[in-house]
Design a protein. Structure first.
Ligand SMILES: [Fe+2]
Length: 283
């Protein structure tokens, strides 16, 4: 059931990414997951197995929609066909909210199949914010933008990543999906303080957290979503809960997907970390 936090932020509790590997286990076992996040593009189809399962699982659990193709930062025009399909899917799913990434995924009609960061400039702020407003007008609701993990920076950048995220969301009046693992990954790759990032994000705009595992290659961390969450990310999550309070939290696993029980154990760890912090704050 949807609860409301003290900041009147909708609060769903602890969720998982919905993956096809777990469809039957979810329907058979009805696991104690508070909600599921779907990858929007996986359900932009006319029928078949994905929609069959989506409807059945959506009847049992709250859902949110998470996209990977909006390319909000690109200089190409917004893909109107994609936006139409997104709205059709939203009408079917009735998600609690819709998110995508603060990035660009292609230019000049070419898809890079990667979530590329933007130069952190005022020009980019205005460019992205105008496009977010178009998307929000089309969908008739605010969207959430997620911070991506990154492996490159731009010499043109005139502000920090968190200042850029804040400026875009203020200018567009949109919300934030804060990926704690991505902050950890990017802070390692670009040598900044992840706690400074957390403290630099406007509390009132954060509606969801992502947690995930990654691959540390020594000189660089790659955001692979194919391992359990590491200790450093759990520590950063605890700090995020201290700063932001109750925020709907979910675990992303996209490769090397384990049995559902393993992810439920990982989700339980998130609950165990958050519970005493939230109880202390409430007291
Ligand atoms: Fe994420």
């Amino acid at each position: 059931m949807t609860q409301t936090s003290r900041t009147s932020r909708p609060y769903l509790g602890f969720g998982l990414g919905l993956r096809a590997d777990h469809y039957d286990a979810i329907l058979g076992e009805r696991p104690a997951v508070d909600w599921f996040e779907i990858i929007s593009e996986n359900y932009m189809v006319r029928g078949g197995k994905p929609l069959h399962y989506l409807d059945r699982i959506g009847a049992l659990y709250p859902l949110v929609m998470h996209g990977v193709s909006l390319s909000i930062g690109s200089s190409d025009p917004l893909n109107q066909g994609y936006l139409r399909e997104l709205k059709v899917l939203a009408e079917r799913v009735q998600p609690r909210w819709i998110s995508d990434h603060l990035c660009w995924t292609g230019v000049a009609g070419k898809n890079l199949h990667d979530l590329m960061p933007l130069p952190y400039t005022e020009e980019a702020v205005q460019h992205v914010a105008a496009r977010v407003r178009q998307v929000q007008d089309h969908l008739g609701r605010q969207i959430l933008l997620e911070n991506v993990s990154s492996y490159v920076t731009y010499t043109q950048s005139a502000m920090s990543e968190w200042e850029f995220l804040t400026a875009v969301c203020d200018a567009a009046d949109c919300l934030i999906l804060l990926d704690v693992n991505n902050i950890y990954v990017s802070s390692y790759n670009h040598e900044f303080d992840p706690r400074e990032y957390l403290h630099g994000v406007p509390k009132e705009r954060v509606r969801q957290f992502h947690l995930a595992g990654h691959t540390n290659n020594g000189n660089i961390i790659v955001d692979t979503h194919d391992h359990p969450i590491i200790g450093g990310v759990w520590q950063l999550y605890a700090e995020a809960v201290r700063i932001f309070g109750p925020v709907s939290t979910m675990i992303e696993r996209d490769a090397n997907i384990p049995p559902l029980a393993e992810l439920l154990d990982e989700l339980e760890r998130a609950r165990q970390i958050a519970a005493p912090i939230l109880a202390e704050a409430a007291a």
